[in-house]
Design a protein around this ligand. Structure first.
Ligand SMILES: NC(=O)C1=CN([C@@H]2O[C@H](COP(=O)(O)OP(=O)(O)OC[C@H]3O[C@@H](n4cnc5c(N)ncnc54)[C@H](OP(=O)(O)O)[C@@H]3O)[C@@H](O)[C@H]2O)C=CC1
Ligand SMILES: CC(=O)[C@@H](O)[C@H](O)COP(=O)(O)O
Ligand SMILES: [Mn+2]
Length: 383
């Protein structure tokens, strides 16, 4: 039995993790769950899985949950950042599946690493914000960071048994998002509902908007750089609208190894939870006889400047990626609240990056301060 704690059990990745656990009750035990404020869903998960701990970030929601837990259920209810840190670093857990959205996942993930707990990482913003620091700590505490993001799981699988020295480049596939093939003038007035319609994946709202701007791919280039310890110039992006090839690795003998599958996040979640084993499931199988086309294109950096901004931040180093991420988190939120337009996202990110004073070799405190500054800068700039 692997004992699991889930950060963000009520979201898109969180509920699919719960599905994987539900199908394999003999292999996994859910020890702790958490969310920001989704009390009703947490209550259902508590009744079904009987975890020992639940952490609710929002204090009022924590209070509400406590009042509604049936008296015959024994569970410790925690709240705030302390609650997230506690359920991430419990002595009794084997693996932390981090599926919160945003860099709020950073500190709890670091706490888990410092306790030697294996990380199944969906929360890409953690590595985007503090990749250097997180990977350094993981090395120090000899902790595996197992990717859940579909592209990174594909790369991880392609690298199985290979020597790091032989990697020539990583080829990240991108769906192109809902606006693939459009040009800037078509997108000036698009709405959040259009941006939320991802062609292949059903995901949370933040990552869906990131996919529509191609910022998701930018964040994934940064994530790949840190996870696989490669130069960012060796991470290429190719648009593959079918989302069947989840990513590829090219080796020094010109061979390319890819991982393919139907778009279903339960597969990379399951692989991270069972690694190094594979287990049987009933997920849909690919049928090549029914697939007529596999296509590939170059990403359009003029229409989707966010991807280029992410590469620029990697080139600059220091805290540029942290500033990019925090600005993007605020701007996506503003876009989702109809307060700004689609192209305001790259516009204000660029303004933030221009005004930002980068710190090389940042500490956690430096990164948290850059995060605070970037958020405030963006909010003031929008006003
Ligand atoms: N969805 C997908 O298919 C994929 C997602 N990812 C990455 O996985 C992460 C999660 O994405 P996704 O599942 O789509 O996001 P969702 O928005 O669907 O879910 C987010 C989860 O985080 C919780 N949460 C939000 N804020 C806090 C907080 N302050 N404290 C504690 N919990 C919080 C939410 O709780 P509540 O319900 O209370 O709001 C919810 O459980 C992101 O980093 C994303 O980029 C990567 C690859 C694919
Ligand atoms: C499922 C997953 O891993 C997402 O990150 C997905 O890749 C988003 O699709 P895009 O390729 O459109 O960003
Ligand atoms: Mn992805």
């Amino acid at each position: 039995m692997k004992k699991i704690s889930i950060l963000g059990s009520t979201g898109s990745i969180g509920t699919q993790t719960v599905d994987v656990v539900r199908a394999n009750r003999d292999k996994f035990e859910v020890v702790a769950i958490s969310a920001n404020s989704s009390v009703d869903l947490l209550l259902e998960q508590i009744k079904e899985f009987r975890p020992k701990y639940v952490a609710v970030y929002n204090e009022n929601s924590a209070k509400k949950l406590k009042e509604n837990i049936p008296t015959d259920i024994k569970i410790e209810v925690l709240s705030g950042m302390e609650g997230l840190k506690t359920i991430s670093s419990l002595d009794e857990i084997d693996i932390l599946l981090t599926a919160v959205v945003g860099m709020i996942g950073l500190v709890p993930t670091l706490c888990a690493i410092q306790k030697g707990i294996t990380i199944a990482l969906a929360n890409k913003e953690t590595l985007v914000t503090a990749g250097q620091l997180v990977m350094k700590e993981a090395k120090k505490y000899n902790v595996d960071i197992l990717p859940v993001d579909s592209e990174h799981s594909a790369i991880f699988q392609a690298l199985n048994g290979e020597s790091h020295k032989t990697i020539e480049k990583i080829i990240l596939t991108a769906s192109g998002g809902p606006f693939r093939g459009k040009v800037k003038k078509d997108l000036l007035k698009i709405t959040k509902n259009e941006a939320l319609k991802h062609p292949n994946w059903s995901m949370g709202r933040k990552i869906s908007i990131d996919s529509s701007t191609l910022m998701n791919k930018g964040l994934e280039v940064i994530e790949a750089k840190w996870l696989f310890d490669v130069d960012y110039k060796d991470v290429d992006v190719v648009v593959h609208p079918q989302s069947i090839i989840h990513s590829m690795v090219q080796f020094n003998d010109s061979s390319i190894i890819a991982q393919l599958g139907c778009p279903d996040m339960r597969l990379p979640i399951q692989y991270a939870l069972t690694y190094p084993d594979r287990i049987l499931n009933d997920f849909e199988r690919l049928d090549f006889s029914k697939m007529s086309t596999f296509t590939f294109e170059k990403p359009d950096l003029e229409t989707f400047p966010c991807l280029k901004l992410a590469y620029d931040c990697l080139n600059q180093g220091g805290t540029y990626c942290a500033a990019l991420n925090s600005a993007n988190e605020i701007l996506v939120n503003e876009f989702l609240e109809d307060k700004i337009g689609f192209y305001d996202i790259p516009y204000y990110i660029e303004k933030t990056l221009e005004a930002h004073n980068s710190i090389s070799e940042p500490t956690l405190e430096d990164i948290l301060e850059i995060d605070r500054w970037s958020r405030e800068f963006v909010k003031k700039s929008i006003k």
